[in-house]
Write a protein that binds this ligand. Structure first.
Ligand SMILES: O=C(O)CCC(=O)C(=O)O
Length: 271
């Protein structure tokens, strides 16, 4: 099935307006099974950036890892051969698409830890408007456990200071163009907050400036394994931040404003 069959012009308009769209049934079980195998390998042999966000005496477990696609074949195949790249390309309305990195975020049943409200771009050494992520769950995710997105927040013109997932502390105090994320949960009625009931094969695509969080999984008996891929379009350029970026990409030698043309971020050929 060609990607344009399930991404109509009205879906692109919605992505542009809301900064997030949910796509239904776009990844077959072939891709989901393969990613599940890749995740098992990843859990057995964690990468250098693996991070646990749940204390040992707490229920559940929230853990993350990223930038393992070069050593985990299932991740590499997904990036280069699944429909993900063409989905990103079409929604970003980009001529080319580069793979930035994958990010695995797993919440086991009964995990109390929530993912704090944040948007992704200030974490990255990156600027641009054609930049998006595809959040793909490998398990059914009921709306109460689904990441939540503030519609239109990618167009607020604001940049927020990143927060650590482990304790929700801010990276630094507000400075220069970066402000602190407002207390969204105290005033939820002020925002249009989007979340969905998701089945395996569905995904959520969001702009890297769209504010989002994700609930814990207390009372939920299934795992919540999410495989997020991050994508760069034509206008993505390297940028520096007042903090160490996440991922750090320590060997990258680009200068601010230069296109993200580096073997670390391969071009993915797709329709
Ligand atoms: O899966 C989560 O808990 C958070 C997802 C997220 O923040 C992201 O993929 O950018």
């Amino acid at each position: 099935m060609g990607v344009s069959n399930f991404i109509s012009d009205s879906v692109i308009t919605k992505y542009e307006q809301d900064g997030v769209v949910c796509l239904r049934g776009v990844f077959s079980s072939k891709w989901l099974d393969s990613l599940a195998q890749g995740m098992e390998k990843n859990l057995k042999t964690p990468g250098p950036y693996t991070a646990g966000y749940t204390a040992e005496n707490e229920s559940g477990n929230f853990l993350g890892d990223y930038c393992n696609w070069q050593r985990i074949e299932e991740y590499r195949l997904f990036a280069f051969e699944s429909p993900a790249a063409s989905i990103a390309k079409r929604l970003m309305q980009s001529n080319e698409v580069r793979f930035y990195h994958e990010h695995v975020l797993i919440k086991e049943p009964n995990t109390k830890e929530v993912t704090p409200w944040h948007h992704d771009l200030p974490y990255y050494g990156l600027d641009g408007d054609q930049v998006c992520s595809i959040w793909l769950p490998l398990d059914p995710v009921a709306k109460p456990a689904c990441p939540e997105f503030i519609a239109g927040s990618h167009r607020s013109g604001k940049r927020y200071v990143p927060r650590f997932f482990v304790n929700h502390e801010k990276y630094t105090t507000a400075q220069d163009e970066y402000e602190l994320v407002p207390d969204i949960d105290k005033q939820r009625d002020q925002y249009r907050i989007l979340a969905w009931d998701l089945e395996p094969g569905d995904c959520v695509v969001f702009h890297m400036l769209t504010l989002h969080d994700a609930p814990g999984t207390v009372g939920i008996t299934t795992r919540r394994r999410a495989f997020t891929t991050r994508w760069l379009g034509d206008d993505a350029v390297f940028a520096t931040r007042p903090w160490t970026t996440s991922p750090p990409f320590p060997d990258l030698e680009l200068k601010p404003g230069e296109p993200m043309h580096d073997p670390l971020f391969p071009l993915v050929h797709c329709s």
